[in-house]
Design a protein around this ligand. Sequence first.
Ligand SMILES: *[C@@H]1O[C@H](CO)[C@@H](O)[C@H](O)[C@H]1NC(C)=O
Length: 177
Amino acid sequence: MRASSLLQAVLPALLAGRAIASGTTIVSALNTVDSKTEALDSTVKSWSGDILGSFPILTKSASLLLAIHKGKDAAEDSDALTSDEALGIASAVTTLATSVNSTMTTIIAAHEKFEHLLLAPVVLLDLKAQKAASDDMSNAIVAKVPAALQGIAQNLVAPIDASFNLAIDAYSISNGI
Ligand SMILES: *[C@@H]1O[C@H](CO)[C@@H](O)[C@H](O)[C@H]1NC(C)=O
């Protein structure tokens, strides 16, 4: 009796928890990814190339990876999106693509500094993990967009993947392994 009334009390909360993720949750997750991306960009930009200054870069990079994973989770947990929700997400993705382009440009430009500290292979591993997570996140989002908008959604996420690929290429060439 007690157990069943406990279940009755808890079950609706659990079910509600499942249904909470939606368009706004995805937009908010994407905005978090965007701000972590920008934080990484500005940290690498202002880095003089010293070993101490590399630690906050690696921390911010790890924090970005975590945010991308959360974005993927938010998309996977979401119900199918309405066209209005997809529109809001399109705008967040476009903003993110701009930030990723800028951050990857910055990271490519800093290649020599990382290599000087023998950290280029670490950066390469980070980039590969972030690209893989970002691909998963993009696929999860596209899957929830209405069928008629999926082609557009794919075009919007494509530049993010292209930016990661450029940075991965830049770090793959000269790391000697
Ligand atoms: C950034 O965007 C420009 C313009 O589309 C493109 O030419 C460049 O290759 C991109 N760079 C990166 C790192 O994504």
